[in-house]
Ligand binder design. Structure first.
Ligand SMILES: Cc1cc2nc3c(=O)[nH]c(=O)nc-3n(C[C@H](O)[C@H](O)[C@H](O)COP(=O)(O)OP(=O)(O)OC[C@H]3O[C@@H](n4cnc5c(N)ncnc54)[C@H](O)[C@@H]3O)c2cc1C
Ligand code: SF4
Length: 358
């Protein structure tokens, strides 16, 4: 950690990014010149791209992240004020391609390092096992090419890394528990819980959310002032800053509620999907789509944790298949054959605590 900020804010000195002297986390960044060769270029260092970058950098890949928005400085750029926070959202007019184009550009995506995770509410439930086979079970949509069991170890890993705060026992979907304790209830929640209990409706409370219920590493406890979707100035909510702690190699800046998913969905058939089960495009051997767009169906819960878990899984695949991918050879590794790199978690997170096993 740098010395806490005591003086007046200062403008950034380097023109190529907005990292100023008041950035809280002090981690060196490797820089590359225009002629340097790198292994991986990540376009968009958002919620999922940040996880990918963090893991590949820690695994020794030479990685450059290109981000359309700024590298936010929590202290300088974020304010606990709705009116002052509009810059966090990507509200410009965006129109999708295809025969039936739709207009994006409402408050549904972020810009800048961290992407949507800067202003997300931080609700981080897992998808249910049935969400991965919705066509088989309900006759609608499509099945995923992976099952819940393929992604479950990554849910467990990220829930501890983030960390996700939640109840010790969460009964829905695949029942599981959270290592980090739940948040206390507010007055309204308290009334709801008491009412449900009286009526015999089972209820758990206090998460899962990617918001600290106690201080964790360099991030303090949430102080409950409710500006989560304006960017958590306190630093209690998890944004993809975690990549700093991972020693990310390079970040270069080039000068209400909707989940954007499904634009480049994963599947086994190249005729009906864009990427395979490791987010590798069917057409181009060294091109991956690593974000929410690869989800074949939305699932029963918010998608953020799932897209981050898939990004961590894709990183493990890239590490395993490094030579094949860099040399553009066709995919060789099959689902289930990729070792999980728990050692890529930030120090002291993987393996901490004893999550309840059911
Ligand atoms: C208000 C709000 C609340 C939300 N709350 C929750 C919640 O509680 N729980 C949950 O699970 N989800 C929530 N979401 C959704 C969640 O934020 C997204 O699902 C998630 O951020 C998507 O991650 P991503 O990596 O796909 O894209 P993003 O996080 O949007 O990242 C994409 C990045 O790519 C950059 N980029 C785009 N084009 C280019 C380009 N051409 N060159 C370089 N960079 C580029 C963007 O600037 C952005 O940083 C919320 C969303 C909103 C808007
Ligand atoms: S301190 Fe807590 S309530 Fe305030 S913005 Fe951060 S996460 Fe939200």
């Amino acid at each position: 950690m740098k010395t806490p900020l005591l003086g007046p804010f200062r403008a950034p000195t380097a023109p190529e990014h907005t990292l100023g002297p008041i950035q809280k986390i002090d981690a060196p960044m490797k820089r590359y010149g225009p002629d340097d060769e790198v292994d991986v270029l990540i376009v968009g260092v958002g919620s999922a791209g940040g996880v990918l970058l963090q893991r590949l950098a820690r695994a020794g890949f030479r990685v450059v992240g290109l981000e359309a928005g700024p590298f936010w400085d929590v202290e300088r750029d974020w304010v606990s004020d709705e009116a002052g926070s509009h810059q966090l959202y990507w509200n410009e007019l965006r129109i999708t391609g295809g025969p039936d184009p739709i207009t994006l550009g409402a408050n549904n995506s972020g810009r800048g390092v961290g992407g949507g995770s800067v202003h997300w509410a931080g609700f981080t439930p897992r998808f249910h096992p049935s969400d991965f086979r919705i066509h088989t079970e309900d006759g609608v949509g499509v099945d995923w090419p992976i099952s819940y069991d393929d992604i479950k170890p990554y849910y467990e890993l990220l829930e501890r890394e983030i960390p996700v705060s939640g109840p010790a026992y969460f009964p829905w979907g695949h029942p599981h528990g959270y290592t980090y304790g739940p948040h206390p209830l507010g007055g309204v929640g308290d009334v709801l819980v008491r009412g449900c209990t009286k009526l015999g409706i089972r209820v758990v409370a206090g998460g899962p959310v990617a918001i600290n219920s106690g201080s964790h590493a360099d991030r303090p406890h949430c102080i409950y002032r409710g500006f989560c979707i304006q960017g958590c100035k306190v630093g209690a909510k998890k944004v993809m800053e975690v990549m700093w702690a991972a020693g990310a190699e390079e970040v270069v800046q080039e000068p209400r509620y909707a989940h954007l998913i499904g634009g480049a969905r994963m599947g086994s058939d190249p005729q009906s999907s864009v990427v395979d089960s490791f987010e590798r495009t069917h057409d181009t051997a060294n091109l991956f789509c690593c974000d929410g767009s690869i989800m074949p169906t939305q699932g029963s819960a918010n998608p953020g944790l799932t897209s981050q878990a898939l990004a961590a899984r894709t990183a493990d695949y890239l590490i395993t298949e490094r030579e094949g991918v860099l040399r553009r050879r066709p995919a060789a590794v099959t689902v289930g054959a990729v070792p999980i790199r728990r050692d890529l978690s930030p120090a002291g997170t993987s393996g901490r605590g004893i999550p309840r096993r059911v």
